[in-house]
Design a protein around this ligand. Structure first.
Ligand code: NDP
Ligand code: 2IT
Length: 445
């Protein structure tokens, strides 16, 4: 396998898609040995096949705002790979959404879903629609217009979407409602559904809970735990919220949250009613965290800055891709960070990741550490198929056990000669083998 040749060919075939190329390069660099040692992968040309999405669907979404003006957005679904199960992955509504961005997310999702041990293929979808400042009625009309096209391509055994940035319980509800009206079936086509109509307990918290469970497992390998640790979190959305709750439950002190406007530092810790306030802040439909400091004057706001300059033991980047660069990583390392666990997808730049690995930081890549969200989506599908609802404790126990299994798989394939666990390599190799072997089993189709 000639990595340079493969990458230069991919660059030619995927112009203007830097995030997709970044994600592919990271995976290929770490699976190169497995591919060289197992000629079956080369014989089946698996590398060229695994980096090409099965299908990319793009469509026009037309909707009318509250003033009667007509708008056009672009909708996408990237069905990346269904070798191990039906396509599965979230939907993102954010002005930064592009085809390249969704291809990166669909590619990552394929490996992440493989790691969960559940039968789920990889997909991602979304739109460049910006939910910020939109009324509830506008959000509903947009979701309905989006689904008026997407419904043709999804189904409970075909492709099962869920939430992601800008898509939470409300949006899933509006999209599911439209799907049901068009198709006529009340089935498990979405996950992250409302509790009263097929949703699973713990799914809203699951990504953050899973992220902290994964961090705890990493810390255990050094005889440490979350208890008493100072934690820096970025973002203030769904994944940040779940991570903060679980970090508090395990006895850590969370001292930051952030938004595109800057970060909040609360040395007293973000817990109790402050976590409830986070939900209010999100529901206010603004993109700022500054109001937190009006509510809790002990906290300080740092405009235009990122939380990675704060001294912490554990860093949990939970906002968006490439939000933690080399300088941020250097700050964290200088301040003695012990563990970095990614709640977001690819929040660390390649240079930041390299620095963490070089300094033997416990570094959990998103496809392993944030897999608890989609894993609990898988558990929601199982409950739908059984027509049963499990208790919160049961779902959380299964989530915990899945995160421990993912951690074990990473250790198995990522342990280096000096004992350091390279979780990036471990996650990529473990995720790859299962998908690649399934592709070989199923022939060239
Ligand atoms: P949300 O929309 O709930 O929250 C995203 C948060 O990050 C928002 O508060 C957003 O603010 C903020 N944000 C966006 N850009 C920046 C930035 N540049 N700096 C700081 N904050 C920023 O999304 P989720 O919590 O669901 O998703 C967050 C990340 O986790 C994404 O990478 C997603 O792909 C990943 N993820 C999500 C899963 C899920 O189940 N939801 C599962 C696994 C991974 P604003 O809206 O104002 O931009
Ligand atoms: O990135 C992700 O794993 C998600 N947004 C969750 C996907 C899902 O299908 O639950």
């Amino acid at each position: 396998m000639n990595l340079e040749l493969i990458m230069s060919d991919l660059e030619k075939r995927n112009p203007g898609q830097p995030e997709f190329l970044q994600a592919v390069k990271e995976v290929l660099e770490t699976i190169i040995d497995v591919v060289s040692e197992n000629p079956k992968y080369d014989a089946a040309n698996i590398i060229e096949r695994i980096v090409e999405p099965d299908r990319v669907i793009t469509f026009k979404v037309q909707w009318i705002d509250d003033k009667g003006r007509v708008h056009v957005n672009r909708g996408y679904r990237v069905q990346f790979n269904n070798a191990i199960g039906p396509y599965k992955g979230g939907i993102r509504f954010h002005p930064s959404v592009t085809l390249g961005g969704l291809k990166f997310l669909g590619f990552e999702q394929t490996f992440k879903n493989s790691l969960t041990t559940l039968p789920m293929g990889g997909a991602k979808g979304g739109s460049d629609f910006d939910p910020k400042g939109k009324s509830n009625a506008e959000i509903m009309r947009f979701c309905q217009a989006f689904m008026a096209e997407l419904y043709k391509y999804i189904g409970p055994d075909k492709d099962i979407p869920a939430g992601d940035i800008g898509v939470g319980g409300r949006e899933v509800g509006y999209m599911f409602g439209m799907y049901k009206k068009l198709v006529g079936d009340h089935n498990g086509v979405f996950t992250g559904k409302g509790r009263n109509w097929g949703g699973s307990l713990i799914r809203p918290e699951a990504t953050g809970f899973g992220n902290v469970f994964f961090a705890e497992e990493m810390l255990k390998t050094r005889g440490e735990s979350m208890k008493g640790k100072i934690v820096a979190v970025s973002g203030f959305g769904n994944v940040s919220w779940g991570s903060i709750i679980k970090a508090n439950q395990l006895g850590a002190r969370v001292v930051t949250i952030s938004g595109p406007d800057g970060y909040v530092y609360d040395p007293d810790g973000i817990s109790g009613d402050k976590v409830d306030y986070l939900l209010e802040l999100r529901a206010s439909n603004q993109d700022i965290v500054k109001p937190y400091t009006f509510e809790y004057p002990s906290a300080q706001f740092f405009e235009g800055k990122r939380p990675w300059e704060v001294k912490c033991d554990v860093a949990l980047p939970c906002a968006i891709q490439n939000e933690l660069n080399l300088q941020d990583a250097q700050n964290l390392v200088n301040n003695g960070v012990m563990c970095v666990s990614e709640g977001a997808n690819m929040p660390c730049t390649p240079e930041a990741m390299e620095l963490f690995l070089e300094h033997k930081v416990l570094y959990g890549p998103g496809k392993a550490s944030n897999a608890g969200g989609v894993a609990t989506s898988g558990l929601e599908q199982t409950q739908n198929a059984q027509k049963l609802n499990w208790a919160a404790e049961e779902v959380e126990a299964k989530l915990h056990s899945i995160m421990c299994n993912i951690h074990e798989a990473c250790v198995k394939y990522g342990r280096e000669e000096d004992g350091y666990v390279n979780y990036v390599k471990g996650a990529n190799v473990a995720g790859f083998i299962k998908v690649a072997d399934a592709m070989i089993d199923q022939g060239v189709i």
